[in-house]
Design a binder for this molecule. Structure first.
Ligand code: COA
Ligand code: HC5
Length: 639
């Protein structure tokens, strides 16, 4: 049944040996699925290329030009020329990288997992794990509504798991080309494990003979293991799941000690505590259950006196970090890849730990769940197969752990106070408008972000946009550097009263074309950031000095991304958010729909430089101004 499953990958990345023969629930009829097609292209996906060294160095100079001074540029140019010259250190490193690529299916993916995620020591909340706010489903209100909503959600995620297990998820495509589907195998039954110096990730694939059959329910800070698959591999009914959830709520009248809040800690801190706690077998067993579970669903109490639970910012905060220690940050296990939360107000969302996958597979799961929930089943029937009672997960907590929990609560609340969150829907137009102008909507939005930043600060800044490398086997992302020479000319032109509307339109179209070109380069493996990272890492691996090009202030400036941005399209009206990556930066995520855009902007209050509400306001003005000049400017005179 799993003959097409990329076992070598499962074994290599997961560190576990998969066995065929797991029982699959026969719930969707064969007409609904295309069994086996998910990996039809997997073996023919191209390998991630290594761009020519001179090409990357040239593009690097072009990328730093708009964001550093002309004097600094001259210094950098000399350093870059030295690095790339015949016999220069760059040539050796390039050879090293080419040799590495010959031996591996993807020369970057293992490095990337470590450098971007497992070695990164800041807390996963805000810094790493994105949040997703779901549209409100007003049918599900109050405790009963919450439990029905959660049961339906669980049921529909299990449908998605079935698609994954039967390799039936429709193949994702970009510009008609199939993308690597490997990440879908890593989002369920996976968990990040903290370490005192470096984290690990564990994945329990459906091919294991003892593949997980349970999920975790969090309620009142207490975790329960709930079986969602019967011993024969078939799913428990909606009615069974609903009954399990009711049992949990009844059995947990008062909040438990919020052990889960420890997962919000700095990774070294949590890693040390975890190691210590694991010595106790009760703790170890509970950790094990959480680690192996398919996913987690947190039943939150989101209605509070004097507050509007449906307020989008509140839901954003709840999705990103649980909303604070007084709200739901203790009702979470942030190491778990997928954590949904369901409130009593009809609101819901999810947080996901990023190391195993990019946004699109998570959003595909969310989209599927919402489609099912929109076809609401209110009568859950009386069908029951008497599932085992939910198993309460206990922890033995020594006084120093109690202290650590108090410290973690404090840190979360500091993070809460420090984070400014602005979420809004731009309703004036959506993708339809740029398309009608024969412009790429994504490049249009990215240039609106450039224009906004320039209006606020008077210069262009290093900008990160996620560009997919999933055209390549096991590909993750590279950086689309949206601050280009052309975008800089555009934003300056827009602010120049001597420029005519037609000239501004020309600059805008030029900037959009440059962004689209950069995007195409990135998705075709000709980006510069991952290549430069590879050259740096190969130098480090060889025990060589870190080359000057990486010690130069221009490198620091161009990797200090004051704008960290990402487009994550979804079928439903989801709003996604993440934190800034530098103290004086903005985190900006958007979900473009045909007639509107959902945006999030985050910033830190501790930075006197940034203000997410102000950025959000100016961004809306920028979009309108750009639309206005495109619609009203007379066509430029032909030369
Ligand atoms: N004229 C008319 N229509 C155009 C156009 C033009 N010049 N250029 C693009 N369009 C259309 C496209 O055909 C597409 O149509 P659709 O809505 O029917 O699908 C739509 O506009 C969107 O295209 P565009 O805005 O150019 O963006 P994209 O879909 O090519 O996406 C990226 C661009 C960078 C977001 C994408 O390449 C990518 O890498 N995505 C992954 C990002 C990611 O992984 N994020 C999460 C990280 S965790
Ligand atoms: C559900 C929204 C997910 C968006 C997450 C995202 O874009 O993550 C980026 C991953 C990458 O490798 O580019 C990182 N970023 C948040 C810093 C942009």
């Amino acid at each position: 049944m799993f003959s097409r499953l990329p076992k070598n990958l499962v074994q290599r990345v997961m560190g576990v040996t998969g066995k065929d023969g797991a029982h699959l629930p026969a719930r969707l009829g064969p007409s609904n699925v295309h069994a086996g097609r998910m990996f039809a292209h997997q073996d023919s996906l191209a390998r991630l290329p290594i761009p020519p060294l001179q090409q990357t160095l040239y593009k690097y100079l072009m990328a730093v030009k708009p964001i550093i001074s002309p004097e600094d540029y001259e210094v950098t140019k000399k350093i870059v020329d030295d690095f790339g010259k015949p016999g220069g250190v760059g040539q050796d490193l390039q050879m090293g990288l080419i040799n590495r690529a010959k031996k591996m299916e993807n020369w970057l993916s293992d490095w990337w997992l470590k450098v971007a995620y497992l070695d990164y020591r800041s807390p996963v909340i805000v810094n790493v794990s994105p949040g997703v706010v779901f549209p409100e489903l007003s049918e599900f209100k109050g405790r009963e509504g919450q439990l029905k909503q959660a049961a339906t959600l669980i049921n529909s995620v299990m449908d998605f798991k079935y698609l994954i297990d039967t390799q039936s998820v429709p193949v994702d495509k970009m510009a008609g080309q199939p993308l690597c589907m490997d990440q879908y195998y890593k989002i369920l039954a996976s968990c990040r494990i903290p370490g005192p110096k470096r984290d690990e990730v564990k994945i329990f694939p459906p091919t294991l003979s003892n593949a997980p059959k349970h999920i975790i329910i969090a309620y009142n800070n207490q975790f329960y293991s709930v079986d969602v698959l019967r011993p024969d591999g078939k799913p428990y009914s909606l009615n069974d799941i609903y009954a399990q959830l009711k049992y949990i709520v009844m059995a947990t009248p008062v909040p438990a000690v919020p052990v889960g809040i420890l997962t919000t800690e700095h990774r070294n801190t949590w890693g040390k505590i975890y190691k210590k706690m694991k010595k106790d077998h009760v703790n170890k067993d509970s950790f094990e259950k959480i680690k192996r579970s398919l996913f987690l669903v947190a039943l939150d109490q989101d209605e509070r006196p004097g507050e509007d639970a449906s307020d989008i910012v509140m839901r954003g905060r709840q999705s990103l970090y649980g909303g604070g220690s007084m709200i739901s940050s203790g009702n979470r296990w942030f190491d778990k890849t997928i954590q949904f939360w369901v409130g009593t107000s009809g609101c819901m969302g999810l947080t996901y730990e990023h190391c195993t996958a990019e946004g699109p597979p998570i959003v595909a799961m969310a989209d599927q769940s919402l489609s099912k929930m929109n076809n609401l089943v209110t009568d859950f029937g009386s069908d029951t197969s008497n599932p085992p009672k939910p198993e309460r997960l206990d922890f033995n907590i020594s006084p120093d752990i109690v202290e650590a929990i108090e410290e973690a609560k404090h840190s979360v609340d500091v993070a809460h106070t420090d984070l400014q969150v602005s979420l809004f829907q731009f309703k004036e137009f959506g993708k339809n408008f740029p398309k009608s102008q024969r412009l790429s909507p994504d490049s249009f939005i990215q240039n609106a972000l450039q224009y906004t930043f320039f209006k606020l600060y008077g210069y262009s800044t290093a900008t990160y946009e996620s560009g997919s490398l999933r055209k390549y086997k096991f590909g993750r992302t590279d950086t689309i550097r949206s601050a280009t020479i052309e975008s800089d000319q555009f934003v300056r032109g827009m602010c120049d009263p001597t420029k005519t509307p037609s000239e501004k339109v020309m600059l805008l179209r030029n900037a959009i074309a440059a962004h689209k070109q950069y995007t195409n380069d990135v998705i075709n493996g000709d980006g510069i950031d991952r290549h430069l990272l590879g050259l740096k890492l190969i130098a480090i691996e060889n025990g060589a000095n870190v080359p000057d090009i990486f010690m130069d202030t221009a490198f620091t400036s161009c990797t200090h991304f004051r704008l960290s941005t990402s487009q994550v399209p979804a079928k439903h009206d989801l709003t996604m958010l993440f934190g800034p990556v530098v103290p004086d930066g903005y985190g900006i995520c958007y979900n473009p729909q045909e007639h509107h855009f959902n945006f999030s902007v985050t910033a830190y209050n501790t930075s006197p430089e940034t203000d997410s509400d102000r950025f959000a306001d100016v961004l809306q003005e920028s979009l309108m101004e750009m639309c206005h000049i495109l619609v009203t400017a007379p066509p430029a005179a032909k030369l």
